[in-house]
Design a protein around this ligand. Sequence first.
Ligand code: SF4
Ligand code: SF4
Length: 470
Amino acid sequence: MSSQLDSKPDQAPDESEHVLYLYETRRKIYARRFKGFFRKLKKRSSIPMLLAYFLTPWIQIDGRQAVLFDLPARKFHIFWITFWPQDFMLLGWMLIICALALFAITILVGRVWCGFVCPQTVWTMMFMGVEHFFEGGRNKRIRLDMAPWTFEKVWRKTGKHAGWVLIALVSAYTFVGYFNPIRELSSDMLSFSAHPAALFWIGVIAVMTYMNAGHLREQVCKYMCPYARFQSVMFDSDTMVVSYDESRGEPRGARRRGGEQEAGKGDCVDCGLCVQVCPVGIDIREGLQYECISCGLCIDACDAIMDKVGSAPKLISFTTENKLHDKQARLFRPRLLGYGAGLMVMMSLFFYALATRTPVELDVVRDRALLYRETSRGLIENIYTLRISNMDNRNHEFLITADGDYQFRFIGQEEISVLAGEVVTHVVRLELDPGFLRTGNTDVNFVITAGDDETIRDTETSRFIGPFLR
Ligand code: SF4
Ligand code: SF4
């Protein structure tokens, strides 16, 4: 049996109701560390996430940062795809897809996002690791907090806060590296020439990380996170939640020496360990509470106790309300099917739009200062400014053509090269013999086509204006 069980645990509060005052002082939670399946799962799910977060900005693709939210250029590079301002609808769809996926997962398995991969949970876990390293286990931390300020207390507290500040700074630096090329940021930092805005945001995000993961912890989930507020409305009786089996555990009570169970007593030995390991400080035996982030740590603790007293595990388990009450479980429920169908439709639309989007855009602006001009040869001339955005990852040479109901004479450069991700403006003129013009104005279609790939093309219609003819 693990040594964590050797020290005498606290008794769980025996209260039939809990009154929460609006401005009540926070009760500091000293969560006990406990080894078990769910702690391991939590670690294993957060390590890839942390590696992805810290390493992604360092990955380069085609000479640029693979993931970069370039706000000044209004371009978001996400690996091989670049989202331009005109693609913001796609980004909106992507957010809807993420939301629908989260809703569907919540209906199925409850708040596993919160318990295992939410950044607040993962960073808090890292900060708790540092705390454990410097201040020791739960009982040592309680004693240290109550002890007077000695040299030992000072160095332990200083070490902990220094560790927290370091993690907060590295996290903030990486975060800013998603918006400001991280390699440039690093060389600017090393040469003390980083932009004040970058330093400001590193400072702000570091303070937020330090406060959220070091001090606020479960309060972020309880009072600040909107998802925690509405997730319970998504639950139904077939949603997997962390539940205490009251019919088996009650009436609770300590066992006699030797571990014999008294007649009429339930399996819960009222050791309070499930409360001590809980990072949000709740007692799951009081039923499902909105604070519960489904981390499963109380399951690990209770299973170990059940093992120690010789009872069957799963007094606390990940289960559904229907299973707990021996009712028929349903996997496919109307709400889940609805979210699933919505998810499929949105994903199909998203990938279709992504696959068929043209990586070039042409905007044509007619010279507004002058309706038309008559040349020395008696021709009518209109001037246009073309704005060509090459949203592809390759450079292209574009051929420009203009046609309509009449044979226009094209004056200007007909081929123009645009680098990958660049926008160029290009002025062209069109001339027409006024004898051909039967109306005061007519449509003119500008077309640009990439020389190396005819599927990369865009068209924009403008007007050709001449003298009004009676
Ligand atoms: S009650 Fe259990 S599952 Fe819920 S937050 Fe506490 S330890 Fe995690
Ligand atoms: S539910 Fe399990 S861990 Fe919690 S007090 Fe009862 S026996 Fe202890």
